[in-house]
Design a protein around this ligand. Structure first.
Ligand code: PAF
Length: 277
């Protein structure tokens, strides 16, 4: 079946099929990581809807909203090649009424770690994801583990607001040298890219340790050695579902998450580690 491009909510309503629907929310600039999300969705549902919308609400005033890569024609080709049925690509005007009043509040969990670095980001992200859920009415939605706190916040929203949607977390896709795929990687110069490799190297060094202090210490040593070319924002070891930092004697699964600036580009990455065993 040919790919349907729905440019507004009326088109989307007409395109909706009967069987289980999987939604893959994206901001476009699709890469191999997104391809893997679409393939995962394809394997789970009768209809796959990919949304492409660069959501102004989740960008801070000094962030990269205006220069965020927009590659719509190439994105359509990716969706078609991966067997998506519908691309939902609304305009900002279609999504947000000018006199809009109500939006989501991501709570304390949205104010820590990535939320502390990007005030308001998770409020804007949850607001658009809830709107996409309401518009598409999917049975399931697929998100990448690359944005681990985003995934945890969406799971929290689904639980707190009693949404009947299965949330699937898909593994981070990496380049052969370890760099996690991200739409923002295209901002990196060749020299920046070499520095950016330190993020995944640090996470691997941390993951090779067992106790929480050693995990953090090993990762930090790798990151510190790359300063000042790599400007560390945070390195944390957190509970995967709450994103609260774990204590020194913690044991169980945890997320080792890092954010850093390389040149003008801010990158994030994470791995799930087994602490204390
Ligand atoms: O991960 C993203 O690309 C965005 O945060 C999302 C989930 C599409 C919401 O705008």
């Amino acid at each position: 079946m040919a790919l349907i491009v729905a440019r507004n909510r009326a088109d989307l309503r007409k395109a909706r099929g009967d069987g289980p629907v999987a939604l893959v929310p994206t901001m476009g600039a699709l890469h191999e990581g997104h391809r893997s999300l679409i393939r995962d969705a394809r394997a789970r549902a009768a209809q796959v809807v990919v949304s492409i919308f660069v959501n102004p609400l989740q960008f801070g005033p000094h962030e990269d909203f205006s220069r965020y890569p927009r590659t719509f024609e190439a994105d359509l080709a990716v969706c078609e090649a991966e067997g998506a049925d519908v691309v939902f690509a609304p305009s900002a005007e279609d999504m947000y009424a000018p006199d809009r009043q109500v939006s989501l509040h991501s709570g304390e969990m949205g104010r820590i770690v990535e939320g502390a670095a990007r005030p308001g980001h998770f409020d804007g992200m949850l607001t658009v994801v809830l709107k996409l859920f309401n518009l598409v009415q999917p049975d399931l939605a697929v998100f990448g583990q690359k944005d681990a706190q985003q995934l945890a916040m969406i799971r929290r929203m689904v639980a707190d607001l009693d949404l009947d949607i299965e949330i699937v977390g898909a593994p981070t896709v990496r380049e052969p040298d370890g760099l996690a795929l991200s739409s923002r990687n295209r901002y990196l110069s060749a020299a920046d890219r070499q520095v950016a490799l330190v993020l995944s190297r640090a996470l691997r060094a941390g993951a090779a340790q067992a106790a929480a202090p050693k995990i953090l210490g090993a990762a930090r040593a790798v990151l510190d050695a790359a300063a000042p070319a790599l400007d560390l924002d945070y390195l944390v070891l957190v509970d995967p579902s709450t994103f609260a930092e774990v204590g020194e004697s913690y044991s169980g699964a945890a997320v080792l998450a890092v954010a850093a600036r390389v040149g003008a580009t801010r990158l994030i990455d994470n791995v799930v580690v087994s602490v204390g065993g």
